[in-house]
Structures are given as C-alpha cells and as structure tokens.
Design a protein around this ligand. Structure first.
Ligand code: NAD
Ligand code: TYD
Length: 328
C-alpha cells in the first residue's frame, strides 16, 4: 500500500489489517503529509511492515513489493494550492511514481488499484459525472492525477495488467492534514483563529467520510472488473460557507471569525460524482455529512497529540506564506 502513512491510506491500512486480516507492506516517502504517527497503533503488529521510500524509486518499490499479491496506490501530492505554487513534485510523484509502480506490477503480474479523485473530471455546474465523462482537469494537481489515470488505463489496455481505478469525492475525517478545508477550519475555530473562505464561499463539494472511501476502495480491490474505473461518491454535497458555519456551530464559535480572502486561481466551482457503477458492485456510503462532521470535529478536539507538532512545524510557515498571516 503506497502512501499508507497519509490520511486516507492510513484508514485503509487499518481496515485491511483489522477487519480483513490482510498482511500489509506500506511504502511511503513520509512527505510533510505522511506521518508514521498515523499508523502508530499498528507498529509491531504481526503482518504489518513499513518501508520508508518513494514510489518513483524502483529499488524501494522492489523492496516493498516482494511477496505482495496486489498494489494499492494512494501515494500522491494532494493539495491543489501547493500544486499551484510548486507543481514540479506533483509531476514526479503522480507521473514517474505511478509509472514505476505499474512497471513493477506488470513484471510480477499483480493486481493494481489506483486511488484517484473526482477532480480529474473538472467542474460541473449541474448533474454528476459518470465514469465515461471526459477527463477535463483544471489544476496541476488534478491534471497530474488525470495523467496517472490515463497511464494506468494504458497498462490495462496494452499489457493486460489487472488494474482498477477508484475516483473518490472530497474526503474528511480524523488524521487529515490541516491544509485541507475541514481540518483547517476545525483547528482554526478551536484556536480562535480567522476562518479564511476563498472567493464567495459558494463552491460546492461532495463530502465522503474517509472510512467509507477506504471501504469503497477495498470493495473495488475485491470485486472491481479489470480495466475499469469506479466513482466513489459521497452522500451529501454542501457549499463551503455552509461547511464553515456548521464547524462554527460544532466548536461553539461565532461568525465573526469568518474572513473572505482572495480566491484560488482557476478554482473549480462544483464537483459531483454519479456512483451507480460501484453501487451495482454492492458498495454504498454509510456516514452522512452531519454525523461524520460531528465525529471529525470531536476527534480534532480530543487529539491534540496529533496536531500540535503539525501546527508548530512546517505547516506554520506554509500557512503564513499562503494566507499572509500568522496562526495564533
Ligand atoms: P495525503 O496527502 O494525506 O497523503 C499522501 C501520502 O502519500 C503521504 O503519506 C505521503 O508521504 C505519501 N507520498 C507522497 N509522495 C510520495 C512518493 N513520491 N512516494 C511515496 N509516498 C509518497 O493524501 P490523502 O488525502 O490521503 O490522499 C490519498 C490519495 O487519495 C491520493 O492519491 C489522492 O489524490 C486521493 N484522493 C484524495 C481525496 C481527498 O479528499 N483527500 C479525495 C479523492 C482522492
Ligand atoms: P480543499 O480541502 O483544498 O479540497 P479541494 O480543493 O481538493 O476540493 O478545499 C475544499 C474547498 O474549500 C475548495 O473549494 C477550496 C475551499 N477552501 C477555502 O475556502 N479556504 C481554505 O482555506 C481552503 C484550504 C479551502
């Protein structure tokens, strides 16, 4: 499982080892977003192995893949704003990294699951994208994710590699790095910091609780048809400003913390996935947004051990650079 020390990957690793009894090797570069703390409860557990290395490094991949039956690739640079200010590493990881993994899987004839995103389809004003909608990404993040998807499909088509692509909508839940909307707003609200809303705050995202996405990926790993892509959509959509208002209510703050800031360049207005195809395989999301958001806010409130080192480390400098103000 590549990128298993990140947000979604760590939930997936936990689910596979605890609920399915899988033996798991995690290969992770431990970028700013990857943290061994995310998997600290698994350290030393039988059947769990951690390898520190990059997916674009063939030697690290060879060391990790030995003895595996399948590859699940979560590893990516994942933040749209960082892709706008520094796209290069997005190309290295998404393109060279995915290609290196595909070669290793092809050599060993392994099943390969690529974790992807609704952002590869671009923005949609009304209705929802299906798996046959054209890819029309907008940011360096989504363009490199789309490029990786196309490369994965080419390996199925050309080399008969058993590939499956899972395209998830916006995830939220415990262990998400606070550069992303929901953990950023929860932690800022808890600290009494300003809540920076881009543009008019009316951009819409389709929210999926992280354990549901992990379950959907596991489902596609087990039952997905080779060469196919599956949209894994969330049950609820919500404009950003409503997300922020709900977080204000959950943290006992008031709207004076909201600060409208300069919009993200090329900001996608709305994402929406139709997920009939994975529903037909037997998967549906279990957690509605209201319950999941309450659970998420409570987790951040109760787990300062996890976010304190982040808020006092690289993130603090990133925040100051990006928002032009210091964290409180
Ligand atoms: P994350 O940023 O929290 O974690 C990414 C992980 O990948 C980290 O552990 C990092 O160290 C590792 N990594 C990065 N570059 C690497 C490299 N070159 N080699 C090895 N490891 C590397 O990301 P996330 O939110 O958990 O996303 C995981 C996957 O799911 C990504 O592919 C992302 O595109 C996709 N996705 C995310 C969302 C979302 O809302 N977060 C939604 C849909 C799909
Ligand atoms: P984000 O969590 O970065 O996910 P993505 O851009 O991949 O959907 O952002 C979610 C939405 O929240 C997006 O419309 C941008 C917006 N946003 C803000 O308004 N303020 C912020 O500080 C951040 C990080 C995001």
């Amino acid at each position: 499982m590549c990128g298993g020390a990140g947000f979604i990957g760590s939930h997936f690793v936990r689910q596979r080892t605890r609920e399915h009894g899988d033996e798991v090797a995690v290969l992770d570069k431990l970028t700013y977003a990857g943290r061994e703390e995310n998997l600290r409860d698994l350290a030393g557990a039988p059947g769990y192995r951690f390898i520190h290395g990059a997916i674009e490094d063939p030697d690290a991949v060879a060391a990790a893949i030995d003895g595996c039956d399948a590859v699940v690739n979560f590893a990516a640079e994942t933040h749209v704003d960082r892709s706008i200010s520094g796209p290069e590493v997005f190309l290295t990881t998404q393109m060279n990294g995915t290609w290196t993994l595909l070669e290793a899987a092809r050599e060993r004839e392994l099943r390969y699951v690529q974790v992807s995103t609704d952002e590869v389809y671009g923005s949609i004003e009304e209705g929802s994208f299906t798996e046959s909608s054209p890819l029309d990404p907008s940011s360096p993040y989504s363009a490199t994710k789309a490029g990786a998807d196309l490369l994965v499909s080419s390996y199925a088509h050309t080399y008969d590699l058993e590939t499956v692509i899972c395209r998830g909508s916006n995830n939220y839940g415990p262990f998400q790095y606070p550069e992303k909307l929901i953990p950023l707003m929860v932690l800022n609200a808890l600290h009494g910091d300003a809540l920076p809303v881009y543009g008019d705050g009316m951009q819409v995202r389709n929210w999926l609780y992280v354990e549901d996405f992990a379950g959907g990926i596991g489902h596609a790993l087990a039952y997905g048809a080779p060469g196919e892509a599956y949209n894994v959509g969330g049950p609820d959509e919500c404009p950003n400003i409503d997300v922020v208002r709900r977080i204000i209510a959950l943290t006992g703050r008031d709207e004076s913390l909201i600060e409208y800031v300069t919009d993200r360049p090329g900001h996608d207005r709305r994402y929406s996935l139709g997920w009939e195809k994975i529903r037909a395989l037997g998967w549906t999301a279990q957690v509605r947004f209201e319950a999941g958001l309450e659970r998420t806010a409570a987790w951040y409130r109760d787990n300062a051990w996890w976010w304190e080192p982040i808020r006092s480390g690289e993130y603090r400098a990133y925040y100051e650079r990006h928002y032009g103000r210091a964290l409180g």
